[in-house]
Structure formats: C-alpha cells, structure tokens
Write a protein that binds this ligand. Structure first.
Ligand code: GUN
Length: 276
C-alpha cells in the first residue's frame, strides 16, 4: 500500500492563496458560525481558523448557544450576508436538531457560501459553471488526480449517504473520463462486487473499517472521505491495516481529504473576495 497524502496538495493550494492575498491590498474576511459546544465541531473550526490566519485571511468566529432559535441564527446570517466587509460565510455542521439545516444553507448568500453547500452552487457545479465549487467533491478530485495515473476510461465506485454528493462526484469524475456508479451505504448486497471491479473507490460514509482490503482490486486508488471517532482517534472508512500488503493507493485519515478540503475552502474565500 502507498499513501496519497493530502498534506502536500493542501500546502501547495495554501501557498498559492497566500501569494495571491499578499498581492492584494485588503485581507479577505471569513466568518464562521458555530452553534453549540460539540467538541469535534470546535476542533474543525479551529483548524479552519488556523489555516485562514496562516494565509492572511481575517477570521471571525461567532459562537452561538446550542439553544439558539432558528430565527436568531437566520438573523445573524442576514447580517453577515449584508456586511460588505465579509467575503465568506460558513455554518459549521451538524446543527442542533431543532434547526432545519437546509433552511439555514438556503439563507446563505450563494456568493458568500464558501462551502459550496447552497443549491445554486451545487447546480452550477453540476453544469460545470461553478464560481464557488463544493469543497468536499473538489478536494476528492484533487486527491484522485494527484495520483498521477491516467484516468480516461477508468471505472469508479462512489459510496456515500447522500444522493447529491453521489451526483456531484459522478459528474466531476466523468469530466476526467471516469465512468462511475454511486452506491448508498445501505445497498450492502451489491456493494462488495461493485467495489471489487472499480479502479477508483471513493468512500464517505463515516463508518470505521467499512472498506477492507479484500474489497478492492490491485492497482486501485482508494479515497477515504469518511470521518468518525473511535475513542480519542479520528478515523476514516478504510481499514488501513487490511490494505497494508495490497497494491493500492490510499488517502489516509487524518492527513488525506481533510487538509485539502480546508485548503479548497480558503481558496473559495479568496475567490469570493475577488468577486466583489
Ligand atoms: N461539518 C463537517 N464537515 C463540514 C464541512 O465541510 N463544512 C461545514 N460547514 N461543516 C462541516
């Protein structure tokens, strides 16, 4: 097994952003809304903050209590949408159960939605006309192409929980000549056979050890977009120990998709600031 590291890809993207920001006359401003005190969400927002500051982006962290009313969160978003100084807005997910996540995402000004979660941004991505690309699919594609393997004619399996994610991944893969199928995590019966025939496996289900070495064919690229906690450790979907003796390229968790997703997010903050 060889590792497909996301760290180097992320560093390259971040140094490009830093160079571009240094040439401008104003630092882009990035606002992150964080609801409640879920420790993992605080860690993720802190990672984004650290990376933003390292490239010269001003970061505003807005923490709201777990009990915040949906209307109050919407009012905060309206203020940030209207604030000319703010280029990018992120609402850290998951939100508490009493809040309708889709209503919140829909309320973001699409030109400031640096995660690329807003339906307008998803639609533009599917049409190949994106300004702010959805960062997760974009980061996965960065890892796939970083393998340096000719992709034309290859076959992919994308495993996930969300049809929209599946659709975005299949569209992005088809643009580099890869034909793919999307398998929902619950479609267990067809899962193993399909994964075995794939040259590229993308998994994002958040279940530890979901993809094991006996499921992937020799020479495959395996991109692990899963994230879960086992005790104190952050792990992906791939059972790395069962891959060790196989001829496969695996993006690890941590150190794979995660850092590239943050770099793509900050690239969107820069692009959003440019758009004004
Ligand atoms: N929660 C887990 N991943 C993400 C992400 O990429 N963006 C946001 N906003 N919340 C998340």
């Amino acid at each position: 097994m060889n590792r497909l590291s996301g760290k180097k890809i992320a560093e390259d993207i971040l140094s490009r952003i830093q160079g571009n920001i240094a040439q401008g006359d104003r630092a882009p401003v990035f606002a992150a809304l964080l609801v409640g005190d879920d420790p993992a969400s605080h860690i993720y927002v802190n990672l984004k903050e650290r990376a933003a500051l390292s490239v010269g982006i001003e970061f505003r962290k807005i923490i709201l209590p777990e009990t915040v009313f949906q209307d109050d969160l919407l009012a905060k978003i309206a203020l940030l949408n209207a604030d000319q100084a703010v280029s990018g807005i992120l609402v850290q997910l998951p939100l508490p159960e009493h809040i309708d996540t889709q209503v919140i995402i829909d309320a973001l000004d699409p030109s400031k939605d640096v995660d690329g979660f807003h339906p307008d941004n998803i639609q533009l991505f599917l049409e190949g006309k994106e300004r702010l690309a959805p960062v997760f699919p974009r980061a996965i594609m960065e890892l796939v192409t970083s393998a340096g393997i000719p992709l034309e004619g290859k076959r992919a399996v994308v495993i996930g929980n969300s049809d929209v994610f599946g659709q975005m991944m299949l569209t992005a893969l088809s643009r580099v000549g890869v034909e793919g199928v999307f398998v929902r995590q619950d479609a267990a019966a067809c899962r193993k056979a399909q994964i075995l025939s794939a040259d590229i496996v993308v998994t994002a289900v958040g279940i530890p050890n979901f993809v094991t070495g006996d499921m992937v064919k020799p020479g495959a690229i395996v991109i692990d977009g899963g994230i879960a906690k086992v005790g104190d450790k952050v792990v992906g979907d791939v059972d790395i120990s069962s891959m060790q003796d196989k001829d496969v390229l695996v993006s690890p968790v941590p150190g794979g998709v995660g850092p590239v997703t943050i770099a793509c997010l900050l690239e969107n903050v820069f692009l959003a600031a440019q758009g004004k």
